[in-house]
Design a protein around this ligand. Structure first.
Ligand code: AMP
Ligand code: MG
Length: 484
């Protein structure tokens, strides 16, 4: 692995140089061989689980890697915290993959840093496995996301409410630049650092914007908004509830990051929230579009002083981009829902149809994924069509009529819907069961089997049906935790 460390070039205000704290008995627990392939990890390392455990626990630092913990701030549940930073993560550096794309390689759970505050710098095995499974599932679903290369158990206990086995998860990301990274420097009034961060972010993620000076700040905001809209629309498509959309967990690259208290929507209800600490439902499923708008407004504010010395003039320039957000989101969101319903393009009336179908799902407390999966299959199976007619009544016939107007053969509509509607998602009860197997028995077989299914979510493999069942209790008492 050839590391470069471009983030270090940003200057010392951006990070702390610090090595991972070695662990007692590292063992490779989960390994992502296809990602390892993509990252060109050399064979001699790839084929040596003992060496992999040493490297991806942080016990051994490869030549060229200069570990750092990065600095960032963030709004947590709406309250600004000026200094958060990597309190239990080490950025080992960046590597180029087979396609020439650069990736950050970061260890999480690898020990304390100067950003740890009261924390122990460690990560229990359960949350590490959750991150691995959920990020791989999201990637296969076609949702932009950080990836997971490895989970290594540390042989050391982690003390939470109970004593848990410890682990280090290796996160692979387009970058780890967050809205909170910009906030960190904006809050300190460090304009030079902000400028440097903008140039760096543009170079890494929006190279098409280079060299446009002042104009590029507005364009950067516009591009980040575009990617975040695409991201959250995709979350809404597959029923993903992030659970902790704080600005430090919102990337500039538009990747999903931080799989702490995330969960999947079962029964369609926009108010669904599973995170134990989200008592007000700030990050409920249906609130995610509003929150990402809010987060993008916070991001834009950071760039105000770069856009104009006169704050009012700067606000006048950014204002329209932020005010346009809701309409822009709605357009993409409706297009996505249209495609979920097999509509290649949207007519005026279609918004009503979409709203009615979603309302019906909510009223009848139907499962989001299962309903769209069955609607998709109803195009090619009479038996399923019969069942759906029973389930959705008049709306099913309205929908059939609307789809028929498109003059597409059913197989074509089926193909369009199949691309949008997964046959399987990482349902909460299965994720929990697999995590239990991993943590209580130290057994990876169930995780590997689950991952195989999740890696082909739009296709029914022979074993897919084992994971399609909605939870028997409708996830009535389900709760997720931050996993810190
Ligand atoms: P998160 O909830 O994972 O987004 O983390 C919020 C902040 O808490 C970040 O600054 C983390 O680095 C920090 N943090 C979370 N868990 C720990 C831990 N076990 N030890 C030290 N810092 C932590
Ligand atoms: Mg975080």
């Amino acid at each position: 692995m050839k590391f470069s460390n471009s983030y270090i070039g940003l200057g010392e205000a951006f990070y702390e140089r610090i090595r991972p704290t070695p662990v007692r008995d590292p063992r490779l627990f989960l390994w992502n061989s296809s990602l390892a392939e993509q990252l060109d990890i050399p064979d001699e390392l790839k084929n040596d689980p003992v060496a992999l455990a040493q490297v991806f626990s942080g016990n051994q630092i490869l030549p060229g890697s200069e570990p750092i913990a990065t600095a960032y701030a963030g709004h947590q549940f709406g309250s600004f915290v000026p200094r958060l930073g990597d309190g239990r993560a080490h950025l080992l550096g960046e590597v180029l993959d087979q396609f020439g794309k650069g990736w950050d390689i970061q260890l999480k759970g690898s020990g304390r840093t100067s950003f740890s505050r009261g924390g122990d710098g460690r990560c229990p095995l359960g949350p590490a496995v959750r991150e691995f499974i959920m990020s791989e599932a999201m990637n296969a679903l076609g949702v932009p996301t950080t990836r997971s290369l490895a989970v290594v158990t540390t042989g050391e206990p982690v003390f939470r409410e109970t004593t848990l086995p410890g682990a280090v998860v290796t996160r692979v990301a387009g970058s780890h630049i967050r809205v909170g990274t910009f906030q960190y420097f904006a809050a300190r009034g460090d304009l030079q650092a902000l400028k440097n961060l903008c140039s760096y972010a543009i170079k890494r993620h929006y190279p098409e914007l280079r060299g446009e000076a002042q104009k590029s700040y507005i364009l950067l905001i516009d591009k980040v908004i575009e990617r975040q809209i695409r991201l959250v629309v995709d979350w809404m498509r597959v029923g993903f509830i992030h659970g902790v959309m704080n600005t430090d967990n919102t990337t500039i690259s538009g990747e999903t990051i931080d799989y702490g208290p995330c969960a999947m929507l079962g029964i369609y209800d926009p108010r669904t929230v599973y995170s134990s600490i989200d008592t007000m439902g700030r990050y409920a499923f249906g609130n995610q579009p509003r929150i990402i708008h809010w987060n993008m407004a916070r991001f834009s504010e950071c760039l105000l002083p770069l856009i104009h010395d006169d704050a009012k003039k700067a606000v006048d320039r950014i204002g329209p981009v932020i005010t346009a957000f809701p309409d822009r989101f709605e357009t993409e969101y409706m297009k996505m829902l249209g495609k979920k319903l097999g509509l290649a393009s949207l007519g005026e009336e279609d918004r009503n149809l979409i709203a009615s179908v979603l309302n019906l799902l909510r009223e009848k407390r139907l499962d989001y994924t299962a309903t769209f999966d069955l609607l998709t299959e109803s195009l090619v199976s009479e038996a399923v069509a019969f069942r759906m007619k029973d389930e959705l009544g008049g709306y099913f016939e309205l929908w059939q009529k609307r789809v028929a107007e498109q003059h597409m053969v059913p197989q074509e509509v089926h193909a369009l819907m199949r691309q949008q509607n997964p046959a399987v998602i990482p349902r909460n009860h299965h994720v929990e069961e697999v995590i239990r197997e991993c943590v209580e028995k130290g057994e990876v077989t169930s995780a590997e089997k689950f991952l195989q299914v999740l890696r082909s979510p739009y296709e029914e493999l022979p074993q897919t049906y084992e994971y399609q069942d909605p939870p028997s209790d409708g996830d009535a008492n389900y709760q997720t935790f931050c996993g810190t």
